[in-house]
Design a protein around this ligand. Structure first.
Ligand SMILES: O=C(O)CCC(=O)C(=O)O
Length: 288
């Protein structure tokens, strides 16, 4: 009788452990959403990402940064602001975001990058068709990055929302140069290699987000509307991913959750890396 009870209790505790494990793997995505992301390479998340007050605080923080931008610096180019702004980790390390990417990346997660891409009304630059992975070639192994694109402003076709071409997992197409005065990045996937007829617009309200795979083809039109369009991209990798040692002079990963598996060195989220920002400026390391 006693042995039977011990076996029974053991079984219950195994089931509880299994359920806890599933919960942490599932995070904020249903298995259907996870399947959809894996098949299409992107996902529009239907719920608000942050509680309203937490989102409002991020928006207010962004508005301060925008006001403080030196004259002549375009608001589309606020790349890796977290290197010199530790406050941003309040949102970058938030469970609300990490629980969105954990189902894809697993329990051990590093922050790879972040970028405010703010297209002012009237003359916001276009984002040429690209794969993020193309710009990060040689930087990460494996090349598996999930971007959470959080809408700070309403993002619609009218003000230049992001568009994606589903199921394009090649990651390293051929590129042609484009006019840097009108485009956020200097090159674009050749016309022959992209099928814009398959493009899907990612329209989002503030505090809503999409997720996309770093290899997916995506881009966005110029903003000629009367409404600003700002998104905050928060980019994550599994800690099984190795950042190439020769990139440490201008890039840091940050351990967001769990533990390291790849022998990476991680940045200190409490520190402001002015030296890194200076090096990036000197060496033109901006935008992706
Ligand atoms: O904000 C956009 O329009 C494009 C965003 C993008 O290229 C990215 O998140 O990788």
């Amino acid at each position: 009788m006693l042995t039977q009870r011990v076996v029974y209790e053991k079984e219950i505790s195994m089931r509880l452990a299994e359920a806890a494990q599933n919960r942490s793997v599932t995070g904020r995505l249903s298995s259907g959403q996870l399947e959809n992301y894996r098949r299409e390479g992107y996902l529009i998340y239907p719920d608000q990402v942050f509680p309203p007050a937490k989102f409002d605080a991020l928006k207010a923080h962004f508005e301060q940064k925008l006001l403080a931008l030196p004259e002549g610096v375009r608001p589309e180019s606020m790349d890796v602001p977290h290197f010199t702004d530790p406050k941003l980790f309040d949102w970058l390390f938030a469970d609300e975001v990490l629980d969105l990417v954990a189902p894809i990346l697993g329990p051990d997660i590093a922050l790879f990058a972040s970028h405010f891409i703010c297209k002012p009304r009237g003359n916001g630059k276009r984002v040429p068709w690209h794969e993020d992975s193309f710009y990060w070639k040689g930087m990460l192994d494996p090349m598996e990055v999930v971007t959470v694109w959080l809408a700070i402003d309403p993002s619609t076709l009218a003000n230049g929302c992001m568009k994606v071409i589903p199921r394009t997992f090649g990651g390293f197409s051929d590129y042609d140069p484009v006019d840097p005065a009108r485009n956020v990045f200097p090159t674009e996937i050749t016309k022959k290699q992209r099928d814009e007829s398959k493009a899907v617009p990612i329209e989002l309200q503030p505090n809503h987000a999409s997720l996309h795979d770093g290899r997916l083809m995506h881009g966005s039109d110029a903003n000629t509307s009367s409404i600003r369009r700002c998104g905050y991209t928060m980019r994550y990798v599994s800690t099984k991913t190795k950042l190439a040692d020769d990139r440490l002079a201008f890039h840091h990963l940050y351990l967001a959750r769990g533990r390291d598996h790849a022998g990476n060195q991680y940045g200190d989220p409490a520190r402001s890396y002015e030296d890194l920002a200076h090096y990036r400026e000197q060496h033109g390391k901006n935008g992706h």
